[in-house]
Design a protein around this ligand. Structure first.
Ligand SMILES: Nc1nc2c(ncn2[C@@H]2O[C@H](COP(=O)(O)OP(=O)(O)OP(=O)(O)O)[C@@H](O)[C@H]2O)c(=O)[nH]1
Ligand SMILES: [Mg+2]
Ligand SMILES: [Zn+2]
Length: 308
């Protein structure tokens, strides 16, 4: 009987249409270069890092295997472009650059809609201790897990081992906040892709450009390129879903006596009352209103786009 030459693995890297797949062969963990079947392209499917795939020998000595099948994705978001993410390490610096909390709150909403666990990491805690405490308090009170990192007290493997388990975690956030610094220090790599080294070799700051999954205990972590903006509309968020990204506001909203209340300005709204009593952070509330209003005002474009 012919030996079964099909293997199930995970894509850890992809460069120019050649994918590195990590799989188990004869009891050993190994990696191989794989091409993708032309049929995927025809169907408009592009294999992504984190995809669970089935590979078979290609017969081509240069690229030994071919990706024969891609399993249904548990999640896929454009930023970062990693499939099956279970944990998003939302990395923002306390200062330098100043934290873009609109971006952070958008990402928290997208995590909740895609069933990805968000963990907030505030870096550069050394540069402004007061701000670091203030930010931690806002997001801890909102119910999120928050970690703070500084060169004096960076994150340890222990901090993330339990959070990540056997899942896939990605560092995500703006450029220059220290994602690569953290990722490299957790992996014990020589610092290859951070500003520090590039300053030494005088090539200006080194910005991360590629994404690759690295083994981290039972799971994987990856560094991703920084980004500055994110459109909720493009991510398919509906105005009625905005509260999912604001659990602390939602806790009051469920008690609001108006069924169709947007909790923005209606008289007698429980959320507004909670805000006035200081039970909800003003900045978070403002961002909730902004997201809701923007998506509500564009709801017709959104519907027609979805129907296409
Ligand atoms: N003071 C201080 N500086 C830090 C800290 N973490 C990182 N840095 C510095 O911030 C700069 C940017 O760090 P990177 O790790 O390259 O940032 P990044 O998020 O990977 O940036 P992109 O790859 O462009 O997205 C480097 O000069 C780091 O040395 C920190 O906790 N405190
Ligand atoms: Mg980087
Ligand atoms: Zn209300």
């Amino acid at each position: 009987m012919a030996e079964d030459q099909s293997f199930r693995g995970v894509i850890t890297k992809g460069v120019g249409g050649v994918y590195t797949v990590r799989f188990c062969k004869e009891g050993e963990i190994t990696s191989a270069q794989c091409a993708a079947r032309g049929a995927f392209r025809l169907k408009g499917i592009k294999p992504a890092i984190g995809d669970k795939v089935h590979i078979i020998p290609s017969g081509d000595p240069d690229v030994e295997y071919v990706i024969d099948d891609i399993e249904e994705r548990k999640s896929f978001i454009a930023r970062p472009p990693v499939a099956n993410l279970s944990v998003m390490l939302l990395t923002f610096s306390v200062t330098n650059p100043a934290p873009d909390l609109t971006l952070l709150d958008k990402m928290l909403l997208i995590c909740s809609m895609n069933n990805i666990k968000p963990v907030i990491i505030f870096t550069k805690g050394d540069l402004d201790v007061d701000d670091s405490e203030r930010l931690c308090s806002i997001y801890t009170k909102a119910g999120y897990e928050v970690l703070v990192s500084s060169p004096q007290k960076s994150l340890t493997e222990k901090d993330l081992m339990d959070i990540i388990g056997n899942g896939i975690a990605a560092f995500a956030g703006p450029s220059g906040v220290g994602k690569s610094t953290l990722c490299n220090s957790l992996l014990g790599f020589d610092i290859m892709e951070t500003g520090e080294v590039s300053a030494k070799i005088r090539r200006g700051r080194h910005t991360t450009r590629h994404v690759e999954l690295h083994e981290f205990y039972d799971g994987f972590i990856c560094d991703t390129p920084g980004f500055t903006s994110l459109s909720l509309e493009d991510q398919g968020v509906d105005y009625r879903e905005v509260l999912y990204g604001f659990p602390e506001i939602n806790a009051f909203a469920t008690g609001c006596r108006f069924d169709d209340c947007s909790h923005r300005k209606e008289d007698g709204c429980v959320v507004r009352a909670a805000l006035e009593e200081g039970k909800i952070d003003k900045g978070r509330f403002e961002r909730y209103v902004n997201f809701y209003t923007e998506l509500y005002d564009n709801r017709n474009n959104y519907k027609s786009r979805r129907r296409q």
